[in-house]
Design a protein around this ligand. Structure first.
Ligand code: ZN
Length: 394
């Protein structure tokens, strides 16, 4: 049988061994840790003697799949035009691809050895070059969802079909598919569904006129639905939810105590609350992101993690006051979806009590629970109360 050289990179020899010191990326280190073929040996690259090593071929296979995860050989994908001087479309040399992914992920000697193995006569292009890359597909889906619920259709946006972007010859993820398919998939992959044990404490603030008495949860909890007139990050006017923060300061920041002129002459009541039962929340403050670019568990869907880190930043981004009601619409729609459908974990849908998210002020965890005042009372116990008169920041 004829030997077909790998168009990207020749393989290391069977006897070549790499040590942990030659690997910087945490994902490659994870793969090293999992190798079943580790043995005490000299490293073939950095010169380290008598240390734990893994077959270089195994680590190289992970590097190769990551480098080529969205690349194809130009010869298979692009048209060639001699008059135009080559392939019609963007191409990459193997060196470019290797450098983009690996330059700071491995030690210098191992990088040089990988570089020497490259098959420099080949050219590559993006896989299916007329399509957006996987991370772009998710970004465009989020953009389409965001724009549709803000400016085109609030209640029947599921009727909106995906539309083609000018630069590509295909349709995007529809707003409905983004909400019902991509978001649950990302949440499941990043293991965002978490349990809050009974006894978890957090704080809730209420700004009130100076002579108001606050002595129980009812008085520090959300107002009745008929008095709920404000648009909040996760709840539109008329729909009540229970907001709280991990610390007294973040709770005060979230209600605008240090910044809003409307607080002049008022007092701040801060309640310390303790959960009475176990609760299930979507935790956007502590997602299970890949350990480095080459995490062997994320080779095919690294783009999901890449997208989600920007997505969570968008969900908790500061919003200027005058644009508040409109810019909160996308997060309000997402929240209503989570409230009624829950979220997926290990293939099963779980009912949710709320969402834990990073504060737009200082990143401290905050909570929104899908509760009105009565539900808050049955889930929480008030364990402390303070009153402050000054608006000066601590
Ligand atoms: Zn080494």
């Amino acid at each position: 049988m004829d030997y077909e050289p790998d168009p990207f990179m020749n393989d290391f020899g069977e006897g070549e061994r790499v040590c942990l010191e030659c690997l910087i990326d945490l994902g490659l280190r994870k793969a090293f840790g999992r190798s079943l073929d580790k043995e005490q040996n000299d490293c073939s690259f950095c010169g380290g003697e008598d240390r734990e090593t893994a077959p270089a071929l195994e680590i190289q296979a992970i590097i190769k799949s990551r480098c080529l995860s969205n690349k194809n050989e130009a010869v298979n994908e692009l048209s060639y035009c001699t008059a135009e001087g080559g392939y019609l479309g963007k191409t990459y040399e193997p060196t470019e691809i290797l450098e983009a992914h690996t330059l700071h992920a491995v030690g210098d000697e191992f990088f040089t050895a990988l570089e020497e193995n490259l098959n420099i006569s080949s050219l590559f292009c993006d896989w299916d070059h007329n399509m957006p890359q996987p991370v772009e597909q998710w970004q465009y889906g989020w953009e389409a969802f965001f724009q549709t619920v803000k400016h085109r259709s609030r209640f029947f946006f599921g009727e909106h079909e995906a539309e083609a972007r000018d630069e590509f010859d295909h349709t995007e993820i529809s707003p409905n598919d983004f909400l019902r398919h991509n978001v649950p998939q990302g949440i499941q992959r990043l293991r965002a569904v978490r349990t809050l044990p009974a006894g978890t404490t957090f704080y809730r603030c209420r700004i009130a006129p100076p002579n108001t008495t606050v002595s129980d949860i009812t008085e520090i909890g959300p107002p009745p639905a008929t008095d709920s007139v404000g648009s909040n990050r996760f709840s539109p006017p008329g729909i009540v939810m229970f907001y709280a923060g991990d610390t007294p300061i973040v709770s005060a920041l979230e209600v605008g105590w240090f910044t809003s002129p409307e607080c002049d002459g008022k007092v701040l009541h801060t309640g310390k609350l303790c959960t009475l039962t176990e609760l299930t929340v979507l935790d956007f403050t502590n997602l299970n992101y890949p350990a480095g670019k080459f995490d062997p568990d994320w080779i095919d869907d690294y783009h999901i993690a890449e997208f989600f880190s920007d997505f969570i930043r968008d969900l908790s981004a500061p919003i200027q006051n005058q644009r508040k009601p409109l810019d909160y619409v996308p997060t309000q729609v997402l929240c209503e979806y989570f409230r009624f459908y829950g979220a997926k974990t290990d293939g099963e849908w779980s009912k949710l009590d709320g969402i834990k998210f990073p504060s737009s002020h200082d990143g401290t965890p905050c909570y929104v629970f899908f509760w009105d005042n009565t539900q808050a009372r049955s889930n929480l116990q008030l364990t402390g109360l303070t009153v402050e008169f000054s608006q000066a920041p601590p």
